[in-house]
Ligand binder design. Structure first.
Ligand SMILES: NC(=O)C1=CN([C@@H]2O[C@H](COP(=O)(O)OP(=O)(O)OC[C@H]3O[C@@H](n4cnc5c(N)ncnc54)[C@H](OP(=O)(O)O)[C@@H]3O)[C@@H](O)[C@H]2O)C=CC1
Ligand SMILES: O=C(CO)COP(=O)(O)O
Length: 323
């Protein structure tokens, strides 16, 4: 039996699997695609999603989620697919520690990953792993620090120990809402920053957006019960800094391409979580009267309703206020 099972052989699921297996854990990785599974078994690499990285011998490729038996399951699939997967596999996942690795808000329910888990598999222990970590950095063994959030203190401590390695350092919190909102909302800010730089509005404008975006993230998160210190930690501030400043981020790269006038952005087939999260959060903010100007404008730009110039005008025309 494995120590950790991983659902989703994308870039992040594979990087986590490789990291944990190198550090001595027995890992089972599942992809929904039979051809992809065969390829990984044969080549001992995941060339589709994380090219150039060798899969350690203690990482096995599983054919069926029903064959996965570990107490700890990492859910490394996009946020919009989480509810469907969990609902379909509810019985199988009951009683386990389910660690979400997705950064997003479900469009249908408005819930973050731990809320989705709690709803879909009520007798599980939900947790979330979030923070600044490009899959490729993790897979290359570069030092990484993340937030592990779990409301159950004993399960949280056990997960922190199980999932920390020599290069991957996990900080524990019980604030699951703060950790999941930091990770989801920073993707929207990364798109905003990409749009800004892509449209040639400059690095000063990006710094302004990051700062005011962070204020906006905090405002939304506090109203949903998050603790401010969680937003100031790795899963909020830390990940916002990473993804708002690096072209390795798909969210930033998507904004960059749109800002440069390429209407397809990073193109279909790339996971850009911030597009869905902007839509979900703009809707919630409107409904609940929360002031979220950057998120609202990102949603308007990525859905093609306005262009970056118009978004800039609207932001600059807002009434002057105290910081
Ligand atoms: N990449 C990174 O650096 C990081 C990513 N994350 C987060 O991890 C999550 C996954 O991202 P990432 O791994 O990069 O994405 P990828 O695009 O690399 O991979 C997504 C994976 O999810 C699988 N998948 C999609 N839909 C389903 C479904 N309905 N059922 C089962 N599997 C499904 C895909 O399968 P298929 O190949 O068959 O389409 C693919 O293997 C995102 O929320 C992201 O924000 C977090 C930290 C870092
Ligand atoms: O969340 C990430 C790094 O922490 C990855 O960001 P992207 O999904 O924008 O590539």
């Amino acid at each position: 039996m494995s120590d950790v099972d991983i659902i989703g052989a994308g870039a992040f699921g594979t990087a986590l699997g490789v990291t944990l297996a190198r550090d001595g854990r027995r890992v089972c990785l599942w992809s929904r695609n039979p051809g992809h599974r065969d390829e990984m078994r044969e080549s001992r690499r995941n060339d589709r999603r994380l090219p150039g990285v060798e899969l350690p011998p203690s990482l096995n490729i599983a054919d069926d989620p029903a064959a996965l038996r570990a107490d700890t399951v990492l859910l490394a699939i996009p946020a919009q697919t989480l509810d469907g997967f969990l609902t379909e596999n509810r019985k199988l996942l009951a009683g386990r520690r389910l660690v979400a690795c997705a950064k997003g808000i479900d469009l249908r329910s408005g819930l973050g990953p731990t809320g989705i888990i709690a709803n879909a598999v009520p007798d599980s222990v939900p947790a979330i792993l979030s923070g600044p970590s490009f899959a490729v950095d993790l897979a290359n063994g570069l030092p990484t620090a993340l937030t592990l959030a779990c409301a159950d203190p004993a399960a949280g401590t056990a997960l922190q120990t199980l999932l920390s390695t020599a290069a991957l350092r996990l900080y524990l919190t019980s604030d699951t809402v703060g950790a999941e909102l930091g990770g989801a909302l920073k993707n929207v800010m990364a798109i905003a920053c990409g749009l800004t730089v892509g449209a040639g509005l400059g690095e000063s404008a990006r710094a302004a957006l990051m700062t005011r975006g962070y204020a906006e993230m905090g405002r939304f998160a506090r109203l949903r019960g998050a603790r401010p210190e969680t937003l100031a930690g790795l899963s909020g501030f830390g990940d916002m800094v990473l993804t708002c400043t690096s072209e390795k981020s798909r969210n930033y790269a998507h904004g960059l391409a749109l800002g440069r006038g390429d209407a397809s952005g990073t193109g279909a087939g790339t996971t850009v979580e911030g597009v869905h999260t902007a839509r979900a959060v703009a809707g919630i903010a409107k409904q609940e009267g929360i002031d979220m100007p950057i998120t609202t404008l990102v949603n308007a730009v990525v859905s093609g309703k306005i262009d970056v110039d118009r978004a800039k005008e609207l932001l600059l025309a807002r009434p002057l206020k105290e910081e």
